[in-house]
Design a protein. Structure first.
Length: 390
């Protein structure tokens, strides 16, 4: 009798600890949708049916620093990319003959003309593109409002466009468009200390943002309930976190007026070691502590993020903080080289066709899928938004 009571108590305690851990890591926010997707794939109602094309997009929260006393360190961080990245990128080609394509989301509050010119030089060589990363806050002494946020974004567009960034064409007409990553994963006032603007999605759309690339945000309350998805989020200007739910982008569907949310992988990855099998949550981050091993690369692809009705075009959007010197040991060293070797090897063997894409190119391909286009997705890199003017 006492044994059963102790066993029941142990089980209850374990469940309590598990629930507490889930709550602390914010897993409860996305777990229901994740389980629904897993069941759907198992029953054959959704999911990937043997992917033929992998769209690999690496987005970088690129923050070289703002302290003028550290200018030499900031210069070294940027120079690391200028000197080392082309050497690695030139070693590999995807199914379209393109080298690895990096997207630097560069914050205007870290602006340096020297940095911009060096990154633009990489873009001109075909190694990537530049987009907008923005930290702002409701905290004193500079609390943001809708008006001040709009001005910051417009000032950034004006400043960057002088270097050809954000200047593109739509149907032959010049336009200013950009992709966005919110600092501190605080989009649409989902973390009030790091935003403060409930109508941020509306402001982004009105100033030319074509898609948001902020998520996932593992262990942060800003993580949306929708996971491993591409969808439109419609703003409620009176409430925070309007992107929590949205309408999936689907073949033959329509843009219903929301902002496109392009998510990266988030899920449980089982790995073995010297101990029993145990799960790890993988959110697609590439860092010194989370190098891009072949095991992780395969997991990202297996997550099968895609436009509904187009499971053969698999989106793999992963992220990093590439300006940090410690992270460059991974991003500009043997770890990233092994990642590309694995991707190219699988592609060459016929497992799938690999396409390295920037954030802009990925958006264009998603829009082509939405319009029912088929064949090689690499043909649609400039489908709606042309290359930036640089």
């Amino acid at each position: 009798m006492w044994f059963l009571i102790l066993l029941a108590a142990a089980i209850l305690l374990s469940l309590f600890v598990f629930a507490l851990l889930m709550a602390r890591r914010k897993i409860h926010i996305w777990l229901p949708e994740y389980c629904r997707q897993a069941v759907g794939k198992r029953l054959g109602r959704s999911g990937v049916r043997g992917p033929e094309h992998v769209l690999f997009c690496l987005v970088d929260h690129f923050e070289p620093g703002w302290n003028r006393a550290d200018i030499s360190k900031q210069r070294d961080r940027v120079n690391g990319w200028v000197e080392k990245y082309p050497l690695i990128a030139r070693e590999f080609r995807d199914s379209d003959g393109c080298p690895p394509r990096h997207t630097w989301f560069y914050p205007p509050h870290y602006f340096s003309e020297e940095h911009i010119l060096k990154l633009v030089s990489l873009c001109r060589e075909g190694f990537g593109e530049m987009e907008m990363h923005l930290h702002h806050s409701r905290m004193v002494p500079f609390p943001d409002t809708s008006e001040t946020l709009r001005r910051k974004i417009l000032d950034c567009i004006d400043l960057y466009s002088r270097f050809g960034i954000f200047r593109t064409e739509i149907n032959g007409q010049p336009r200013f468009r950009y992709a966005f990553i919110h600092g501190d994963w605080a989009l649409d006032n989902s973390r009030q200390a790091y935003c403060g603007v409930n109508d941020e999605i509306t402001i982004l759309q009105e100033t030319g943002c074509y898609a948001d690339f902020t998520f996932p945000s593992y262990m942060v309350e800003s993580q949306p309930g929708m996971v491993n998805s591409i969808y439109y989020a419609k703003d409620d200007p009176l409430k925070p976190k309007s992107y929590h739910r949205g309408t999936a982008v689907r073949v033959g569907g329509k843009d219903r007026g929301g902002l496109m949310m392009i998510q990266g992988p988030l899920g449980f990855r089982w790995k073995s070691g010297n101990r029993l099998w145990r799960p790890a949550v993988d959110d697609g981050e590439i860092s010194l502590n989370n190098p891009p091993t072949p095991e992780r690369v395969d997991f990202w692809i297996e997550m099968g993020i895609h436009v509904e009705g187009k499971p053969e075009w698999v989106v793999v959007k992963v992220f990093t903080h590439g300006a940090a010197r410690a992270q460059q040991r991974v991003l500009l060293g043997e770890d990233i080289r092994r990642m590309h070797e694995h991707l190219v090897k699988k592609s060459s063997s016929g497992k799938y066709c690999l396409h390295y894409v920037t954030a802009r190119e990925l958006y264009n391909i998603i829009k082509a899928a939405e319009d029912g286009r088929s064949g090689n997705p690499g043909m649609f890199r400039d489908y709606e938004l042309g290359p930036y003017a640089y």
